[in-house]
Write a protein that binds this ligand. Structure first.
Ligand code: 1GP
Length: 229
């Protein structure tokens, strides 16, 4: 499964803390997207994660957990995506929380299912930027340097350009892609229709669509065909 990530062009991200009807979930899981990622920046609990995972598990597509809270790590996912925020001065978001988790639970961790993601957080108004105190005011050269460090030094398999909540700077995203070398580049933030999906896909490997599933599902679903046709 880890190797399949390279082939993902499109992922829907579902938030366990938000309600989604069975009918809408059916449309999402049968849309042709490459995978469902479950995760959120706040309000994620063990119970709401189990609940959403078991509903998504009725479908055949890959279902991965993006771990944001140790209390909400549920067994049974195909993979566990582990965010490491690169552009913050607070090392707990890069390594500290991870070290604590390993110290407590190392004997329980299925290492072969863990996939680290180097996050570059760029929307200052997003929950994740506030939480991690991300250095969002970076220029294109600095962004590319983060990507090179992630790929060449840290050997991270994924670099995640995170604009959560708004559509980002595609020139900066393209610079990250150019600098990222072997790493797969994920882009998430403000993709809400076919047009924004296509534009983002032109400069990165995989697009992640989240919020628009809850605000305008019809247009969100069109993002799949937009990047796969
Ligand atoms: C959020 O990158 C994802 O973590 C998707 O962003 O919710 O803005 O689509 P949106």
């Amino acid at each position: 499964m880890r190797d399949e990530i390279k082939a993902w062009q499109h992922v829907f991200k579902l938030d366990p803390d938000r309600l989604i009807s069975d009918e809408d979930l059916d449309r999402i899981c049968l849309s042709g997207t490459d995978a469902i990622m479950i995760g959120g920046s706040s309000g994620v609990t063990y119970d709401n994660t189990v609940d959403l995972m078991s509903r998504v598990r009725r479908y055949e597509l890959p279902c991965v957990l993006e771990v944001s809270d140790l209390e909400a790590v549920v067994p049974g996912f195909d993979l566990y995506m582990i965010p490491m925020v690169l552009n913050t001065d607070h090392s707990k978001w890069l390594l500290g929380q991870h070290v604590q988790a390993v110290e407590q639970y190392s004997h329980l961790i299925p290492w072969e299912l863990m996939v680290p993601e180097g996050y570059i957080v760029l929307n200052p108004d997003s929950t994740v930027a506030r939480l991690t105190d991300a250095l969002t005011a970076i220029d294109r050269d600095r962004a590319a340097a983060y990507a090179q460090v992630a790929d060449r030094l840290l050997k991270l398999p994924i670099i995640y350009i995170e604009y959560s909540g708004r559509f980002g700077d595609m020139e900066l995203a393209a610079d990250i892609r150019r600098a990222a070398g072997e790493a797969s580049v994920f882009y998430g933030g403000g993709i809400h229709n076919a047009e924004t999906a296509r534009i983002a896909r032109q400069v990165c490997d995989t697009i992640i669509v989240g919020n628009s599933l809850y605000s305008d599902l019809d247009h969100a679903l069109e993002t799949v065909a937009a990047v796969k046709s």
